[in-house]
Structure formats: structure tokens, C-alpha cells
Write a protein of this length. Structure first.
Length: 151
């Protein structure tokens, strides 16, 4: 993936707690949002803006591999963005869920709603390998690219 742009700098209230990088995906119409730090009510604006700015993308992968914390604000942002993308014919997938973030998605049931991949490259390759989104085969629910326990 090429270099992208970073949010979470001077204009944000808590730049040391949350950083978001926006990277182009390897396929046309794909974008990767790389989240790092703590995503909560106080730090959610960069993600909110990035999801709005990339609403026209065909495929958004949210890379959570460097995310240490996510509260209900972040979870709701991702759930709403997923619904908007599905309604527009796109998809929003997650990658790299790690504890304790994975636990939040598991207890709330959100893990069953998203396609979850081991890493962003696997998520980006899922559509190109099959020629269609995994959600078309799995009814939009479930996980992919992981074992029975999860990522």
C-alpha cells in the first residue's frame, strides 16, 4: 500500500491518544483506514470524518491492529458506516482485531455482523480473489481469514 494521509494532529483534541492513517487500497475504489491508540467519545472525530470522506469507496477496510481500545462510540460509528456502505453497494470490513478491542466486538455481537480478517492485505484480497465480496456469499455476516477462535 502507498503512503496516505494522517489525521489526529494539531486540530484534534487528543492527538496523542488516537491516530488515523488513510491509505489507498490495492484495488480501485478501495481504501484502508489504519486506527491506532484509543477510539472513544473524545477521539472519534477523525474516524467520523474519514468515514464520511470515503463514503463513495467500494471497499473500506478498517485496520484495527494498532487499536488498543474502542468504546461504544467507535463501535456505533463503524456499525452505521457499514450499513451506509451496504446500502450504497459497498462494503466495510475489519482487520487485525486484537484484545481488548476484539472482546468489545465479541460481547456486543458486532463481530458476527462484520467480515473480520487477519490483516488488511487479506481483506483487500478477499474481493479480488473471489470476484465479489465475501458478504455476498455469507449474507453479510461472519468472519473470514481466521480460525475458529478468531483473530
Amino acid at each position: 500500500m502507498e503512503a496516505g494521509r494522517r489525521t489526529g494532529g494539531r486540530r484534534d483534541r487528543h492527538p496523542d491518544r488516537f491516530v488515523l492513517d488513510v491509505l489507498p487500497g490495492r484495488n480501485p475504489g478501495a481504501v484502508v483506514l489504519v486506527l491506532a491508540g484509543e477510539l472513544d467519545h473524545d477521539t472519534a472525530d477523525p474516524l467520523r470524518h474519514a468515514l464520511q470522506e470515503n463514503a463513495g469507496a467500494r471497499h473500506v477496510v478498517v485496520d484495527c491492529s494498532r487499536l488498543r481500545f474502542c468504546d461504544s462510540t467507535g463501535l456505533n460509528l463503524l456499525l452505521r458506516a457499514r450499513l451506509r456502505m451496504l446500502a450504497a453497494g459497498g462494503r466495510l470490513d475489519l482487520s487485525g482485531l486484537r484484545p481488548p478491542v476484539d472482546r468489545v466486538f465479541e460481547i456486543t455481537g458486532a463481530r458476527r455482523v462484520f467480515q473480520v480478517y487477519e490483516d488488511a492485505d487479506t481483506a483487500l484480497g478477499a474481493e479480488s480473489a473471489a470476484g465479489r465480496p465475501d458478504s455476498a456469499r455469507a449474507g453479510g455476516f461472519g468472519t473470514a481469514g481466521r480460525g475458529s477462535r478468531g483473530v
